[in-house]
Write a new protein. Sequence first.
Length: 489
Amino acid sequence: MGVLKVGLVGCGKIADANHMPEMLSLGKNAEVTAMFDIQKGKAEALAEKHKLKPKFCSSLDELLKSDIDAVIIATPNLYHYEQTLQCLNAGKHVLVEKPMASSVEEADEMIDLAEKKGLILQVNQSLRFSALHRKLAELVASGVIGKPLHARCLRAATSSPDVGWSPGATWFVQKKFKGSLVTDIAVHMADLLQWCFGPVETVMSQTTNLSHEVPDNVVALFRYKNGATATLELSWTFPIGGNKFEIYGQDGAILLTNDSIEIYKKNAKKPKVIKFASIKAVPNSHAVFAASVEKGGNENWKVGREALALCMAIIESNQQQKAVEPKMRKTTSKTSVKSPAAKKAIPAAKKSTPAKKAAPVKKAAPAKKAAPAKAAPVKKAAPAKKAAPVKKAAPVKKAAPTKAAPVKKAAPAKAAPAKAAPAKKAAPVKKAAPVKAAPAKKAAPAKAAPVKKAAPVKKAAPVKAAPAKKVAPVKKAAPGQGRAREEGR
């Protein structure tokens, strides 16, 4: 594939501050060739500022009919769902601003259509591509502070974005445009907390509409499946701004300052300091999107879909005044998308086996039941501890231990041809110690020849996870890019 030709829909603040700089960072690999905004002159002004000469379109339909491969949707929240569907139906890949939709149901419809069309759908969760935030998640995962216990995130401002960051963009604070502090800031910070602590079990929240018709103050308590907790405190109405991020574990703590990460250990006199400037840069959102369009991608929508689920749980908990479980989307192995422009097929990516613990094996399809034998039925044998008894069955041989995690349901062992009823499935054991079967009572004499000894159960072959293919390298963005401002369009 040659240069990725991109159409930009929405030419406001977020397009100027995030989308255009990141697109330009891709150099000759990608180019904005068409632009559309409902306000006259905005597209032309943005193009002039960034020294571009695209085609200026008077509608989304006109933009979709131009010579483009993909679309960036940088419009107010209300339009993300409809415009994404329109672009996907036109056969275009989509990079849509956060939040990806106004409900998880809308998001799932977008995802289903993208997968049906074989197109990339990615959400511009810009802080997921921040070198600083990735470093935080890596530090927690490395065990530097021991078992995670609690985190606290405070993000407070003295005004809403339509006053401070993007003057005049009143959609941020209007219910009809699906604006709110939750979908503006919690969509990032709740996602960062989950990145550090893992899947959320429940969310309990209180939101307040203090100065706007939408929530402008939020307090949320998250409980994670690993037992840790976290609080998220957000405001557009504080008298002074505030920005804190603290993570506590059994053996230490991680605190963010204005220019560094400080790691405190028990009994240590001084913290270990990691300067932001020393953190290795990572590919930005647009670089990942462009690479996925060219070579194929796997669940590019996943982070945005989960961040939206956390936001909806915050809103729902406040409405119901109780803890709620976020509605995460169940994924399958068939979510890998091959770009039509890719020269080679991209197989569905499988999870690689993590260190020490093997990835769980998928549930095997049950085997068909064997036809009943014509011999007279055998009388009920005395119960055994693990294996079902078989007449004069040889003891089960000791299985060699494997590193693979046990399967949820073991496939039934094939019995040697016999006229007696087949033995029941043996329950899986952690260590295959020899199981002594209690001797079965003598069966009633059958007309057929006596039942021969059952063949010993064969050893199960260890299951191996197929390694994931490497993603094509992409150009790197400067560390911490996107952190300065992520609040909206």
